[in-house]
Design a protein around this ligand. Structure first.
Ligand code: AMP
Length: 297
């Protein structure tokens, strides 16, 4: 089972991931946790990420893609994994596709935990207060200022992934405001359905949608009969208005789909480079490790 948990900070991804680890026996891969471990160990990646993370901004794509490329190669991830906090941008999503393609595997599901933002702030504030009460160390980015920035970044850079996976028919949405057990049960239902369903086919690209011949709106006879008492002129006006609203909406949807498609193509192009770079770095690191071992012997 290979899945992504998608949602803003505080949506409950970590809590649900911990339950899935128990149920499926696959690792929970949280880029945030890996980066925090790198900071604690003062590795070059940690030193690079420390200030960026404290501000609530995103660490560069190639850094996190490199971390994930390395991590999914580990034996414990062979049967699957739960991604939490990755991907967070379109280039990261495209890079993940590329990495999985190279491994001749694919994602089983992308689950979005949808939450109410106002309640979210409250939830995170409560979490911080509880941690402080227990005498636990609070994350450097768990404060109102950084949280605001993290939410802003989520809206701008991560939310487009909802369309990215939605267009590929891989996205399932769960109401993350429900009690934890209910969210867990809903996720279990989704994963059960995903396991028994054939691989999802992506929707036709936006281009073909844009080229579709225009069809004229047809007024259904039943509707005409229902409103027959209204003066004909008013009815014609209303029908014309509703047609133009429908047309404008369809046009806007086609435009949005074209923009998304262009962004996805650009992300895919960039992803190949990012993945190539990350894999090269990984190979270099491994060779260095081997050399060190051989020298020691
Ligand atoms: P998280 O623990 O998932 O909330 O992540 C904490 C912080 O780590 C984020 O605010 C980012 O600065 C950084 N981070 C984690 N995952 C990623 C990612 N996939 N891309 C970029 N930055 C990330």
């Amino acid at each position: 089972m290979r899945l992504i948990l998608l949602g803003p900070p505080g949506a409950g991804k970590g809590t649900q991931a911990a339950r899935l680890v128990e149920k499926y026996g696959i690792p929970h891969l949280s880029t945030g946790e890996m980066l925090r471990a790198a900071i604690a160990a003062e590795t070059p990646i940690g030193l690079k990420a420390k200030d960026i993370m404290a501000s609530g901004a995103l660490v560069p794509d190639e850094v996190v893609v490199g971390i994930i490329a390395d991590r999914i190669e580990q034996p414990d991830a062979a049967k699957g994994f739960i991604l939490d906090g990755f991907p967070r941008t379109l280039p990261q999503a495209a890079a993940l596709d590329e990495l999985l393609k190279q491994k001749k595997t694919r994602l089983d599901a992308v689950i979005q935990l949808r939450v109410n933002e106002a309640m979210l702030l409250q939830r995170v504030e409560n979490r911080i207060a509880q941690m402080m009460e227990r005498g636990e160390e609070v994350r450097a980015d768990d404060n109102v200022e950084a949280l605001g920035k993290r939410l802003e970044v989520y809206r701008a850079q991560t939310e487009p992934l909802i369309h990215y996976y939605g267009d590929r028919r891989m996205l399932a949405t769960v109401d993350g405001m429900k009690p934890i057990d209910e969210v867990t049960a809903e996720i279990a239902r989704i994963l059960q359905a995903a396991a028994s369903a054939p691989p999802a086919k992506a929707k036709k690209p936006a281009k073909s949608v844009a080229k579709r011949p225009k069809t004229k709106a047809v007024v259904k006879p039943a509707k005409v009969a229902k409103t027959a008492k209204r003066p004909a002129e008013e009815m014609a006006k209303r029908a014309a208005k509703s047609r133009s609203v429908t047309k404008a909406r369809a046009k806007a949807a086609r435009k949005a789909a074209r923009t998304r498609s262009r962004a996805a193509v650009a992300a895919r192009k960039g992803a190949k480079k990012v993945v190539k770079k990350a894999l090269k770095k990984m190979a270099k690191k491994r060779a260095k490790g081997r050399n060190r071992l051989t020298k020691r012997r």
